[in-house]
Design a protein around this ligand. Structure first.
Ligand SMILES: [Fe+2]
Length: 294
């Protein structure tokens, strides 16, 4: 039979053994967790490093790809510009030969292109009609403005070159140059869709004899219903016609022309455009003098 002290010792030993086992398990679990956690941390850290490396490589490749794309776009832009310039030059040559029927120097189309560009640039600078006028508009209106009277090719010499005043019937025929020009350009545009240059040419050709107050021809549009390009062309065309010698009139001075254009503010011409014109009128005189043989 065990003594009291033996029992106590035995109890202590059991509880100590039990405690020791529990503690060991706890420690083992703890170390196992630590090891797991370290392995996981190392793994995550390695993955992060690899990911960062891959991201960097991807970024570098993207940058390289962007550079290639930009270079390619630039090349395409240059080529398109080259093609456009040669096409525009060809069209201008054709228009100029047609224009020479009623304009000895043929400089009317260069000057009106100059005025159109000038007005568009000043509108752009002053943020007027900003929803329409941007850098492309400035370039396109300069290129397309020579098409405004392309329909005159279809007007017979007896009317186009008549020195005196046209009869009512003759004037009715003369008016059709706007629709003739528009239809010619529209037939070209039906093949080359979405060409901004042609679209602007069509607008200008069709509506450049409309008046702000609705008394122009052929459509009888008024105000901002008339495309801006055609309103700019109307002002440029009239300024140049007044300054030039015609079979029926002598050239007017710059000052006299300013008076006529001011009188037409809100009647023949868009008031905003007349204000821009008046603010910079000396620049228009410079274009006229530079490109004129008068
Ligand atoms: Fe015209």
């Amino acid at each position: 039979m065990r003594s009291q002290s033996d029992r106590l010792l035995s109890l202590d030993f059991e509880s100590m053994t039990s405690f020791s086992n529990t503690h060991s398990r706890y420690l083992l679990d703890f170390f196992a967790d630590q090891v797991d956690s370290n392995i996981q941390n190392n793994l995550v850290s390695e993955l992060m490093t690899r990911y960062a490396g891959l991201s960097r490589q991807l970024e570098e490749k993207n940058e390289l790809l962007n550079t290639y794309n930009e270079q390619l776009e630039e090349l395409v832009r240059e080529k398109v510009k080259e093609i456009t310039s040669s096409q525009v030059a060809t069209i201008h040559a054709l228009v100029k030969s047609a224009e020479s029927r009623d304009d000895d120097t043929g400089a009317h189309i260069e000057r009106t292109a100059g005025y159109c560009r000038l007005i568009a640039e000043k509108l752009f600078e002053d943020k007027l009609y900003a929803d329409i006028v941007d850098r492309d508009f400035i370039d396109n209106i300069e290129m397309a403005s020579p098409l405004h009277d392309i329909g005159k090719v279809g007007i017979e010499d007896a009317i186009l070159l008549k020195p005196g005043q046209l009869t009512f019937e003759e004037f009715e025929i003369m008016k059709t140059h706007v629709t003739k020009g528009y239809e010619t350009l529209a037939s070209v545009e039906s093949v080359y869709h979405e060409n901004a240059f042609l679209k602007l040419g069509m607008e200008i050709s069709r509506y450049h004899h409309e008046k702000w107050d609705g008394r122009g021809y052929m459509s009888g549009l008024s105000g901002e219903d008339i495309p801006l390009s055609a309103r700019i062309m109307a002002l440029s065309d009239v300024y140049d016609a007044l300054r030039s010698k015609r079979v029926y009139k002598e050239p007017f001075s710059h000052e006299k022309t300013l008076g006529i254009i001011t009188d037409g503010r809100g009647l023949h011409f868009d008031p905003v455009l007349v204000d821009v014109f008046m603010k910079h009128h000396s620049l228009f005189e410079e274009v006229f003098d530079r490109l004129s043989n008068n």
